[in-house]
Ligand binder design. Structure first.
Ligand SMILES: [Fe+2]
Length: 306
């Protein structure tokens, strides 16, 4: 079970949900908690996988496609290749050499499994097995969410002392998103969490340029708020802000809208996370979308200018 060292300066936003029998969970309650920005800890539930095998799988830090391995895309490409190339590996390698870049599959085979096809095949079986459980779990917990895009990232390279942040993306994403995390290692994954997005907006939005706050997209505001509240990467872990300290045990599963709760990986080697784009209108309460959360704090700025 997860171990949490709570900080009294912060809200206790952790919620434990018994998932030992998925047919008995109340999806609406889970959805409400998730959209409200709680960190949902699943008790009595573990992903089934070959822990001994997976504990010896190490991905490199580069390229990015291996650091954050897009397992869903990988499985799709594998299926595609099987359909078009069958066993004609010669044709397949000719096509890729014509493109002068190794396929994702070849990168994994060579850089992760050093050309050992037996281990590589077994790894693919494990990816299929684990991903299907994750998809089933997401469907059971969020049956009403309309998934526009599915992404399951296997992050199997070592991470040390990220900076604290709420998630932001290169572009503002109008969709809601569903984020589920699994610790796939044999040691705990250490996370810190701090202020919620609402608290960051409440306490620090007035420190940003009012004209920027009025005009910028929600994502840009969150981007600048991250720096305002937690500083730059060089300050990682030493930003002076309070934090809950959390140890997620091997096999543990948790959910959190990472755009709404600030978080920091302190240490971890093997984890999986989903980033499913969800149609906003299928949310239990679309007003909980982070665009709306940011916008709720903007009128104050506008009123000041009138
Ligand atoms: Fe993050």
């Amino acid at each position: 079970m997860v171990t949490i060292f709570r900080n009294k300066a912060l809200d206790d936003y952790f919620i434990e949900v018994d998932c030992s029998d998925l047919s008995r969970v109340a999806p609406e309650d889970i959805c409400r908690h998730y959209e409200a920005g709680k960190v949902i800890l699943l008790s009595g539930f573990k992903i089934d996988y070959d822990q001994e095998f997976i504990a010896n799988v190490n991905f490199p830090d580069t390229p990015k496609s291996l650091k954050k391995f897009p397992s869903h895309k990988f499985l799709e490409l594998e299926a595609h290749e099987r359909r078009y190339f069958g066993l004609k590996s010669l044709v397949r390698s000719t096509v890729y050499s014509a493109r002068r870049q190794p396929s994702l599959s070849d990168q994994v085979l060579q850089q992760v499994f050093q050309g050992n096809r037996q281990r590589f095949r077994y790894f693919k079986d494990q990816v299929r097995h684990v991903n299907s459980q994750i998809l089933h779990l997401c469907q059971a917990l969020f049956p009403n969410y309309q998934r526009i895009h599915e992404s399951i990232t296997w992050r199997f390279s070592e991470t040390r002392n990220e900076n604290m942040h709420v998630d932001i993306y290169t572009e503002d994403l109008p969709e809601h998103h569903l984020r589920l995390f699994v610790n796939m290692d044999i040691i705990p994954r250490l996370w810190n969490t701090s202020w919620t997005l609402e608290q960051m907006l409440q306490g620090h939005l007035d420190k940003l340029d009012p004209a920027f706050v009025q005009q910028a997209t929600s994502g840009r505001i969150c981007h600048d708020l991250n720096f305002q509240v937690f500083g730059r990467m060089r300050d990682a872990g030493r930003d002076g802000q309070p934090r809950h300290i959390t140890f997620f045990e091997p096999g543990e599963v948790w959910l959190v809208d990472s755009r709404k709760v600030s978080h920091q990986i302190v240490y971890g080697r093997r984890a999986i996370s989903t980033d499913f784009a969800i149609a906003r209108q299928s949310m239990l309460d679309p007003n909980q979308h982070y665009y709306n959360v940011v916008d709720r704090f903007r009128p104050v700025q506008q009123a000041l200018e009138l």
